[in-house]
Ligand binder design. Structure first.
Ligand code: AMP
Length: 356
């Protein structure tokens, strides 16, 4: 268990690390950020930082020696990085959660083996296997690379007018899964946390709207039945327990049908704080960032009580230029990430409206 004054190491220097470091400060904890060269907005708010590659063993060892625990802001931490660090210092969540969720096939197999619904899926590693999988799953279906996909990258929807070869080329001919297309009504997620002493808390279910494969807006409460809300939270708990997880994570679901006919299927697990949980900063008694810091410090979890009806919007690219107008709105929670350049599609900030 950490004490105030101790230092948490964070792999990655983006907005998620920045908001974690900002949440650690009032608890008396320091953060040391480890990130490769680049625009690392977390450096501005952290006690220390190291600029080095994730393969730099000497830099990783020095970093591990300087911190009491290591956590991360993204799931694609190389396995060797996690191994080097965990030989020296606790890494939370444990590297096993990374290993399972880094690969869409192992992730979906893990979820299905828990008895939870996932869209039907097949592993494919050649265009011939893709042809066979298309016969089995039909069209439309969704081809996704097993590794390193996010925000719709490494993905192709195969409709009637797309050949297997074209889809295979589009994702870069990398090992993939073909997934049945889910005609969903809405996409929802649960942000939850599990502590070292195995307590689990789940925030209310968020409903998410995407634009160009990037999260645009999150609203709460989600327009789903109480039964579906509970089933989503129960699924999150089951996943956390099966992974012996410590920290904050998100589970994304598709919801097909309405009312009594609603059916949930799990799309993916994010083993970290998540964009659909940004509303908790100002919209819940404990933010997901503070919750994660508490969990990896070995401390008790905070209240997940929601403070009202919520809408959170991302500021993508030039949207961030709206800051003067947003800051003029009383009570609006505005977070600007301090990135140097507002490139199209880049997450520059977000704001949350809480209607009490
Ligand atoms: P992912 O990277 O797996 O989260 O997918 C990005 C987005 O693509 C999702 O948020 C959905 O909007 C869409 N999508 C992914 N998988 C499916 C599917 N099996 N059926 C329908 N839409 C999907």
């Amino acid at each position: 268990m950490l004490k105030p004054g101790d230092t948490i190491g964070i792999l990655g220097g983006g907005q998620l690390a920045r908001m974690m470091a900002l949440a650690a400060a009032p608890l008396g904890l320091k953060c040391h950020i480890f990130a490769p060269e680049g625009d690392n907005p977390a450096f501005d708010v952290a006690a220390a930082h190291t600029v080095a590659g994730y393969e730099d063993a000497a830099a990783l060892k020095a970093f591990a020696a300087a911190v009491s625990v290591v956590t991360y802001e993204f799931e694609n931490v190389p396995a060797t990085t996690a191994d080097i660090l965990s030989a020296q210092v606790p890494v939370l969540p444990a590297p096993r959660a990374l290993a399972i969720t880094q690969d869409r096939w192992t992730e979906k197999s893990f979820i299905r083996d828990l008895g939870l619904a996932v869209p039907d899926f097949v592993a494919v590693s050649s265009v011939e296997e893709l042809e066979a999988a298309l016969v089995r799953l039909g069209r439309p279906s969704v081809l996704k690379t097993r590794r390193l996909g996010y925000d719709g990258k490494g993905q192709a929807i195969i409709r009637d007018d797309v050949t297997a070869q074209a889809a295979w080329d589009a994702i870069g001919r990398a090992p993939a899964i073909l997934e049945a297309f889910v005609p969903f009504e809405r996409e929802v997620s649960v942000v939850a946390a599990r502590s070292l002493s195995r307590d689990v808390v789940a925030y209310d279910v968020c409903e998410n709207r995407h634009a160009h494969h990037i999260l645009a807006e999150t609203v709460l409460p989600a327009a789903i039945s109480a039964k579906t809300e509970q089933a989503a939270k129960d699924a999150a708990r089951q996943i956390a327990e099966a992974l012996d997880y410590v920290g904050v994570f998100a589970v994304e679901f598709f919801v097909a049908g309405f009312g009594d006919q609603e059916a949930l299927s799990v799309n993916e697990i994010a083993p970290r704080v998540h964009n659909s949980g940004h509303w908790t900063l100002g919209g819940a008694e404990t933010s997901q960032f503070e919750q994660h810091i508490r969990a990896v410090a070995g401390w008790p979890l905070g209240s997940v009580k929601r403070l009202g009806r919520i809408s959170m919007e991302n500021l993508i690219g030039d949207d961030v230029m709206r800051w003067p107008e947003l800051l003029a709105e009383p009570g609006l929670v505005v977070e600007i990430y301090g990135k140097r350049e507002a490139r199209p599609g880049r997450k520059m900030g977000h704001f949350t409206r809480v209607i009490r």
